[in-house]
Ligand binder design. Structure first.
Ligand SMILES: *Cc1c(COP(=O)(O)O)cnc(C)c1O
Length: 371
C-alpha cells in the first residue's frame, strides 16, 4: 500500500471550494427569505435550464426518477402499455416504467455506443407499445435520429433519460429537447449536481408541462382542488438556489471532463485487451468507461489494492435483475450482458490533476497485465 492519498472515483471538493462564497450566499438568501417550497429560486432555475437546453418548459422535481415518472404519467402511459428501453442502465429507468404500471421491454444495445440500438426497435414494437425510453448513458447521446425515425413510423412517444447527460449534444443540439420529454437528475454524481436529490423534466409541449406540474403537487393545479392522484415531488428552494450557482459552470466542467477523457485516451490507447470509449461528438463523460476483454473483477480488485477506486456501471443487465428475472425470462440481450461483464469506469472529474490520470493508467496496466 502506497502512502499516496486514495484516488476516488469522483472528487467534487474543488468545485465546492471554488464556488464557496456564492454557494454560501445562496443558502443565506433562501434561509432569510422564509420561502422554502416552490418559490422564486425554483422558478428562476426552471427558466435558466429551459434556456440552456433550448426548450420551452422545464419542470423541476424531487429526483431524476420522479422526472421519468412524471413524464410517463403526463404522457398517459400506464397499465397495459409497453415502453421500449435499454437493459444497460441504472434500474431507475425501467423502475419508472414499472411504477406507472406499464411494462418495460428491453432492446439490446449497440456495443460501440453502449446505448439502445435503434435497429432492434422494430422487432420489439407490439400493439401495446406506447413509448421509447432511450438513455444517454455515461454522457454519450443516443442515436436520436434513428430512435425518432422508429418512433415516427409507429406513432410512439420518446422520453429521453438524460440523467447522465446534462449538456450532452446530438448533432449539435442538447439532449433533453430532442424527444417529447427529457428527464434530468441532479444527484451528486451527475454532471450538474446538487447537494442531495433533485430532478427536472424538459419539454416543448405545453400540455405535457402543465400536466407534469399538476402531478408534482398532489395532482392539483389549484390548491385543495385535486384532480388526479399525483405525487409530492418538488425541488427544494435550497437545492434550486445552489444549482443556480453551478449551472453557469456546467459547460466549462463538461469541457474539463472531455479534456480528461482525451488524456486517458492518450495514456491508454493501443493496450491489448482494453477497449476505450468510442469517439463521439457532444459526449460529456459522466463516466469514462473502458472494457476489459478478460479479468475485469480481478483488475478492479488490484486497482483497489493500489489505492484507486473504480466502479462497475452496471454489473447486471436490467432484464436479469431479480425484480425482472421472472417476468422477462425470454429476453435476450447478448451485447448488454457482455458489457456488464467487461465494463469498468475509471476515476474522472472536471478539474482532475493530470498526474492522477498517469497514476491510474500505470496502475491499470499493472493490474490488467499481470495474469
Ligand atoms: C441517476 C440516474 C437516474 C435516477 O436519478 P435520481 O435522481 O437518482 O432519481 C435515472 N436514470 C439514470 C440512467 C441515472 O443514471
Amino acid at each position: 500500500m502506497s502512502t499516496r492519498a486514495r484516488i476516488p472515483s469522483l472528487d467534487l471538493t474543488v468545485q465546492v471550494e471554488t464556488l464557496w462564497p456564492e454557494l454560501l450566499g445562496a443558502v443565506k438568501r433562501v434561509l432569510r427569505s422564509a420561502a422554502y417550497i416552490m418559490g422564486p429560486e425554483v422558478h428562476a432555475f426552471e427558466e435558466e435550464v429551459a434556456q440552456y437546453l433550448g426548450v420551452r418548459h422545464a419542470v423541476a422535481c424531487n429526483s431524476g426518477t420522479d422526472a421519468l415518472v412524471l413524464a410517463l404519467r403526463a404522457l398517459g402511459i400506464g397499465p397495459g402499455d409497453e415502453v421500449i428501453t435499454t437493459p444497460f442502465t441504472f434500474f431507475a429507468t425501467p423502475e419508472a416504467v414499472s411504477s406507472v404500471g406499464a411494462r418495460p421491454v428491453f432492446v439490446d444495445i449497440d456495443p460501440d455506443s453502449l446505448n439502445l440500438d435503434p435497429a432492434g426497435i422494430e422487432a420489439a414494437v407490439t400493439a401495446r407499445t406506447r413509448a421509447i425510453l432511450p438513455v444517454h448513458l455515461f454522457g454519450r447521446s443516443c442515436d436520436m435520429a434513428g430512435i425518432m425515425a422508429a418512433a415516427g413510423r409507429h406513432g410512439l412517444r420518446v422520453v429521453e433519460d438524460c440523467a447522465q447527460g446534462f449538456g450532452a449534444r446530438h448533432l449539435g443540439r442538447p439532449v433533453g429537447g430532442l424527444g417529447h420529454a427529457g428527464c434530468f437528475s441532479f444527484f451528486p454524481t451527475k454532471n450538474l449536481s446538487g447537494f442531495g436529490d433533485g430532478g427536472l423534466m424538459a419539454t416543448d409541449d405545453e400540455d405535457l408541462a402543465r400536466t407534469a406540474r399538476m402531478l408534482r403537487v398532489h395532482g392539483s393545479r389549484q390548491k385543495y382542488h385535486n384532480e388526479a392522484v399525483g405525487y409530492n415531488s418538488r425541488l427544494d428552494e435550497l437545492q434550486a438556489a445552489l444549482l443556480r450557482v453551478k449551472l453557469p459552470h456546467v459547460e466549462a466542467w463538461n469541457a474539463g471532463r472531455s479534456v480528461a477523457a482525451a488524456r486517458y485516451r492518450g495514456l491508454l490507447a493501443g493496450r491489448p485487451g482494453l477497449v476505450l470509449p468510442a469517439l463521439a461528438e457532444g459526449h460529456v463523460f459522466n463516466q469514462y468507461t473502458v472494457r476489459l476483454a478478460a479479468g475485469r473483477d480481478r483488475t478492479r480488485a488490484r486497482l483497489a489494492e493500489a489505492g484507486i477506486d473504480s466502479m462497475v456501471y452496471y454489473p447486471v443487465p436490467c432484464h436479469r435483475l431479480q425484480v425482472y428475472a421472472r417476468s422477462h425470462q425470454g429476453t435476450r440481450c447478448p451485447e448488454a450482458e457482455r458489457a456488464c461483464d467487461e465494463v469498468l469506469s475509471l476515476p474522472l472529474w472536471p478539474d482532475m490533476d493530470p498526474d492522477i490520470q498517469v497514476q491510474v493508467a500505470e496502475a491499470l496496466a499493472a493490474a490488467n497485465g499481470a495474469a
